[in-house]
Ligand binder design. Structure first.
Ligand code: ADP
Ligand code: ADP
Length: 220
């Protein structure tokens, strides 16, 4: 489902070069739930951003669902990302002045889906994360765990095959973190391929496989 071959990434500005990834090779099968761990600054977010087509590698090849990504133009890349990948972040990234249901509809705005169908799909996604009773609330009126569940609903509303989660439980206490983890596991059982960056060994232990990173390289 996800193939990374000899991935390298260098961040360049006028004055500094930062080597963020070198020679990373990773193959993730359809339906796998993989966690990524490693010290701060070792390249976990960079790796996830490259898998999620939010950032381009400096070298190497990325193949997702059989498509070689360096061959896509910017517009095709954005469309491919919108249809195939759902992103979840540690800090939720919800839009504060939109109600929950409108936040969840956002990824569908770039598709040819009617307003009525958008609303139905968003309600369905919110039902999956147990938030049918919070449609008209604003993000500021929700707990951290509820905000993350809204973010998960937004990630899955377009039915992507791949879900990428960057420390999804990092800001949550262990009970709320486990609720989020239970939802990710249910999505995985329903067929989603999931890659999750985490600092929490207890969360990593609940996935199929652990990838360890150190200093821009993958060590296992
Ligand atoms: P992690 O997620 O493991 O904490 P990151 O992938 O965020 O690590 O960062 C890996 C390295 O790349 C770090 O040294 C970081 O400072 C650097 N880095 C990340 N993003 C950028 C950027 N946009 N510009 C310059 N350096 C960056
Ligand atoms: P989150 O709250 O989603 O975990 P992070 O704090 O890990 O966000 O990183 C936010 C963004 O900043 C990421 O896209 C990452 O690539 C970028 N970033 C991380 N480190 C640096 C850095 N040293 N310089 C510039 N950008 C960075």
């Amino acid at each position: 489902m996800i193939e990374l071959k000899n991935i390298g990434k260098v961040y360049r500005t006028d004055t500094i070069e930062t080597l963020a990834l070198q020679q990373v090779n990773l193959s993730i099968r359809k339906g796998e739930f993989v966690s990524v761990m490693g010290p701060s600054g070792c390249g976990k977010s960079t790796l996830l951003n490259i898998m999620g087509l939010l950032d381009m590698p400096s070298e190497g090849q990325v193949t997702i669902a059989g498509k070689r990504l360096e061959r896509l133009k910017d517009k095709e890349l954005a469309s491919f990302r919108n249809h195939n990948i759902g992103f979840i972040f540690q800090s939720y990234h919800l839009i504060p002045d939109l109600p929950v249901v409108d936040n969840v509809e956002l990824p569908l705005l770039y598709r040819s889906v009617s307003a009525k169908e958008r609303r139905e799909l968003a309600k369905e996604a919110l039902e999956k994360v147990g938030l049918s009773n919070r449609l008209r609330h604003y993000p500021s009126q929700l707990s951290g765990g509820q905000k993350q569940r809204v973010a998960i609903a937004r990630a899955i509303v377009g039915r992507p095959e791949v879900i990428l989660a960057d420390e999804p439980t990092g800001n949550l206490d262990s009970a709320m973190g486990q609720e989020v983890m239970d939802i990710l596991q249910a999505l995985n059982r329903d067929g989603s391929t999931i890659v999750m960056v985490t600092h929490d060994p207890n969360m990593a232990q609940q996935t199929h496989r652990l990838v360890r990173m150190f200093d821009g390289s993958q060590v296992s």
